[in-house]
Design a binder for this molecule. Structure first.
Ligand SMILES: Nc1nc2c(c(=O)[nH]1)N[C@@H](CN(C=O)c1ccc(C(=O)N[C@@H](CCC(=O)O)C(=O)O)cc1)CN2
Ligand SMILES: NCC(=O)N[C@@H]1O[C@H](COP(=O)([O-])[O-])[C@@H](O)[C@H]1O
Length: 192
């Protein structure tokens, strides 16, 4: 049976594309049955359409509460029979509605070595801090922000010649291999 996955994204969607491509290329026993996006103009939407992945766009400003918006998302997840949620540049805090429905089944990728440099600007914060190495973290989501159980991390060196852009490019390259690696391992282990 294929593990049914939803990807949540708010931006470019390169991790979403990397996951979908890896599922195909490596025959990972999974299927992305829904792409959820909270930004109606995000480039990830067209990428999903081009890959024939169903898309749900939820503009949170249309709802009085996060709970109301997440209830709409949950209904679509249930209709798509989603078992696991992968956040990939999703810039919303996951609330109780989805955390309760998907306990220990929501993963996030973060472009720093948590607990260092949490939040929305992990790459920039590490670069500004002048560290010699940073990296990528994949963790379970909990009620806190970037506080969930770490699943795995990969170190990325910061070169003396780096700009924020060159560091970001190196980090994204690692992400695009790492997220599929972790997904494949967790499915093979029966962990998700
Ligand atoms: N429950 C959790 N949700 C999310 C986590 C998490 O660890 N637990 N990780 C984040 C990713 N993220 C940084 O790593 C992050 C994303 C968004 C925010 C934030 O303050 N978002 C605001 C709204 C932003 C907007 O208006 O567009 C919010 O939702 O209140 C902080 C950190 C993904 N979700
Ligand atoms: N705080 C979470 C966070 O910063 N996530 C980061 O957003 C980017 C999304 O890129 P993408 O839209 O091209 O996949 C990725 O680098 C991911 O690590």
């Amino acid at each position: 049976m294929l593990k049914k996955i939803a990807v949540f994204a708010s931006g470019n969607g390169t991790n979403f594309v990397a996951l979908q491509q890896a599922i195909i290329d490596r025959s990972i026993p999974a299927e992305i049955t829904l792409l959820v996006c909270d930004q109606s103009l995000a480039p990830v939407i067209k990428k999903a359409q081009d890959l024939q992945v169903p898309v749900l766009v939820v503009n949170f400003h249309d709802y009085a509460t996060k709970t109301a918006a997440e209830q709409i998302i949950l209904t679509a997840l249930q209709r798509a029979q989603v078992e696991v949620i992968l956040l990939a540049g999703y810039m919303r805090i996951i609330g109780a509605t989805l955390l309760t429905a998907y306990p220990h089944r929501i993963l996030n990728i973060h472009p720093a070595l948590l607990p260092k440099f949490p939040g929305r600007h992990g790459i920039e914060d590490a670069f500004q801090a002048g560290v010699s190495e940073t990296g990528v973290t994949i963790h379970y989501i909990d009620a806190g922000v970037d506080t969930g159980q770490v699943i795995d991390q990969r170190v990325v060196p910061v070169l003396s010649t780096d700009t924020i852009e060159s560091l970001a490019t190196r980090i994204h390259t690692v992400e695009h291999q790492f997220y599929p690696d972790v997904l494949q391992s967790l499915i093979n282990e029966g962990a998700i």
